[in-house]
Design a protein around this ligand. Structure first.
Ligand code: IPM
Ligand code: MG
Length: 357
C-alpha cells in the first residue's frame, strides 16, 4: 500500500469533463489495490486567467511541485484564436508549466486497440499491429527561443535553439525505451536544412554506439510524415524535436483511430504531468460527449511511470480494452455499424470503465 498525493489540473473546455473521469479511475484503483491517494486541484489556462489574470499562477506551480504527480486536462479558448495581439494566452500556462517543472521528455504512445481498426481513415491492413512510442523534446526549440517583431511589426521572428545536453538527455530516454521494446529507434530531423537538426543528428550518432543493441535510423521530418501513413508498422521508438514532435504526433493520432484515445506523459527531473494529447475542444465542451479514454489512459501512464505501479496501470488499460471489446464507443470512435445504445457520453463511458475495473 502506497500513499500518494495527486494534483488534478483540469484546465479548459473538455479538460474539465475528461479529467473528472480520469480521477475517478485513480480513485477506483486506490480502493481496489489498497492505496491511499489524496487529491488537490489547481488552475491553469483560460480559467486561471479569468480568476487571477495569469495563465499559470504561482500557487498552481507550487502545488504541482509539491505533488507526486499531476493529472492534467487541456488549455485553450477560442476567444484567443482570432486575437493574435492578446498578451496573456492560455497556452502560456502550459508552456510555463513544462519549462518550470523541467518536463523535457514528452512520451506519446500510439497504440491501436484492435477493436478500433475500423475507426481510422487509414486502411486496416496497413494499420494492424502499429505500435509507436514518440519521444518529443518538450522544453526547447522554436517554442522557447526569443521571438518578436521588428520593422514596425511587419517582420516577425522565432529563434530555434538546442544545446547538446538537451538533445542528449531526451535521446538517452528514447534509447533506453527502445531497449525494452523492439529495439528500433528512428531519429527525426531536418538536418539537410536546419542547424539545430544537424546538432541533433550529431548527438544521436555520437551516443548510438553506447546502445549497440538498438538499431538507429535517421529520417527527415517530411519523409517521416509520409512514412507514418504509408507504413506505420515500420516505426518502434521515434525521437524528435519539440515542433516536429507536436506536428507528427497529431498526425500519428489517426493511427490510433482518434485523438480522443491518446494519452501522454511529460517527464523530467521532478513531478511528472499526465495528459491527453487532445486539446480543449470548445466545439463539444459542455455537451457531455467528449471521449474520456485519453484521460483514463493518462491515469494509467501516471500509475506506471510516476508511481511504478505496473499491475495497477495494466488493470486500467485492460478495462479500456474490455469496454471496447464489449462494443461501447464514444461518438469519435463509433462507426456506422455501432448500435445507437452502444454510443456513450463522457460520464457513461467513465462508468463502463469503472465497472470493468
Ligand atoms: C500539445 C499542444 C500544445 C503544444 C499547445 C496547446 C501549446 O498542441 O501539447 O501538443 O503545441 O505543445
Ligand atoms: Mg499539439
Amino acid at each position: 500500500m502506497a500513499k500518494k498525493h495527486i494534483l488534478v489540473v483540469p484546465g479548459d473546455g473538455i479538460g474539465q469533463e475528461v479529467t473528472a473521469v480520469g480521477k475517478k479511475v485513480l480513485d477506483k484503483i486506490a480502493e481496489k489495490f489498497g492505496h491511499e491517494f489524496t487529491y488537490d486541484e489547481a488552475l491553469i489556462g483560460h480559467v486561471a486567467i479569468e480568476a487571477t489574470g495569469e495563465a499559470l499562477p504561482e500557487e498552481s506551480l507550487n502545488k504541482m511541485r509539491a505533488s507526486d504527480a499531476v493529472l492534467f486536462g487541456a488549455v485553450g479558448h477560442p476567444k484567443y484564436d482570432n486575437d493574435p495581439s492578446a498578451k496573456v494566452r492560455p497556452e502560456q500556462g502550459l508552456l510555463k508549466m513544462r519549462k518550470e517543472l523541467g518536463l523535457y521528455a514528452n512520451l506519446r504512445p500510439i497504440k491501436l486497440f484492435d477493436e478500433l481498426l475500423g475507426a481510422s481513415s487509414i486502411k486496416p491492413e496497413v494499420l494492424k499491429g502499429a505500435d509507436i512510442l514518440f519521444f518529443r523534446e518538450l522544453t526547447g526549440d522554436i517554442y522557447f527561443g526569443e521571438k518578436g517583431r521588428e520593422n514596425n511589426g511587419d517582420t516577425a521572428f522565432d529563434i530555434a535553439r538546442y544545446s547538446r545536453f538537451e538533445v542528449e538527455r531526451i535521446a538517452r530516454k528514447a534509447f533506453e525505451a527502445a531497449r525494452t521494446r523492439r529495439k528500433k529507434l528512428c531519429s527525426v530531423d531536418k538536418a539537410n536544412v536546419i542547424e539545430t537538426s544537424r546538432l541533433w543528428r550529431e548527438v544521436i550518432q555520437k551516443i548510438a554506439p553506447e546502445y549497440p543493441d538498438v538499431e538507429v535510423e535517421h529520417q527527415f521530418v517530411d519523409a517521416t510524415a509520409m512514412l507514418l501513413i504509408k507504413d506505420p508498422r515500420r516505426f518502434d521508438v521515434v525521437v524528435t524535436a519539440n515542433l516536429f514532435g507536436d506536428i507528427l504526433t497529431d498526425e500519428a493520432s489517426q493511427i490510433a483511430g482518434s485523438m480522443g484515445m491518446l494519452a501522454s506523459a511529460s517527464i523530467g527531473d521532478g513531478t511528472g504531468v499526465y495528459e491527453p494529447i487532445h486539446g480543449s475542444a470548445h466545439d463539444i465542451t459542455g455537451k457531455g460527449v467528449a471521449n474520456p479514454l485519453a484521460s483514463v489512459l493518462s491515469a494509467a501512464l501516471l500509475l506506471d511511470i510516476s508511481f511504478g505501479m505496473k499491475e495497477e496501470s495494466e488493470a486500467v488499460i485492460n478495462a479500456v480494452d474490455q469496454v471496447l471489446k464489449a462494443g461501447f464507443r464514444t461518438g469519435d470512435i463509433a462507426d456506422a455499424g455501432t448500435p445507437k445504445d452502444q454510443v456513450l457520453g463522457t460520464e457513461a463511458m467513465g462508468e463502463k470503465v469503472l465497472s470493468y475495473l
